[in-house]
Design a protein around this ligand. Structure first.
Ligand SMILES: [Fe+2]
Length: 189
């Protein structure tokens, strides 16, 4: 399991300069997948959300897209603002991106050929279970802030800049899917 996550996220993990954070990110992913009782062959079948039809986009693809999206936003600010009013920590951003939905390995369960929100997911939504797991492996509180506050739990709450960027990248991937289903996404030329 550990090797699987090291391989599937290698390009992103390699960008994390702090080796301790890099290692702990993999440990948290592995622990979540084990707690959620996922086999490797089932992991890439987990939809990234249960809230809308994902059109086959899985949790790993989504996690990668959100992390790269947030990285793009971070670079856009860094490369265009002459005076950055705040510092962006790229290690926190990437680690938080890879882990923002790690709680979904616990929240979502397989029920025959469909995916449902399980008992543990009803107890604690993924931002909470994910942050708890990150804390268990002593990842910095800044990364816990990203995981805990990237979704509606974070609305109106104090957030890191990395949390804001992950949140925006997350919704940039989620909203079009919802709009597609409700026929509010205008397609074609
Ligand atoms: Fe997400």
């Amino acid at each position: 399991m550990k090797n699987y996550f090291q391989t599937i996220f290698k390009d992103l993990l390699d960008k994390i300069q702090d080796k301790d954070i890099q290692e702990k990110v993999v440990l948290v992913l592995t622990e979540a997948a084990i707690q959620g009782k996922w086999d490797i062959e089932d992991i890439e079948k987990i939809p990234f959300t249960l809230l809308t039809d994902t059109k086959g986009i899985n949790l790993i693809e989504h996690t990668r897209a959100v992390t790269y999206g947030a990285l793009g936003l971070a670079d856009a600010l860094t490369n265009n603002y002459k005076n950055m009013p705040f510092e962006i920590n790229y290690d926190f951003l990437i680690a938080g991106g890879i882990l923002h939905d790690v709680g979904k390995f616990i929240e979502i369960e397989k029920d025959k050929d469909r995916h449902i929100k399980g008992r543990r997911g009803r107890m604690l939504r993924h931002p909470i279970s994910g942050a708890i797991l990150a804390a268990k492996f002593s990842l910095p509180e800044e990364i816990q802030n990203i995981i805990a506050n990237h979704a509606k739990e974070g609305e109106g709450r104090p957030q890191r800049i990395e949390t804001v960027l992950i949140h925006q990248a997350d919704f940039a991937t989620f909203n079009p899917m919802k709009m597609l289903v409700s026929n509010n996404l205008i397609l074609g030329a």
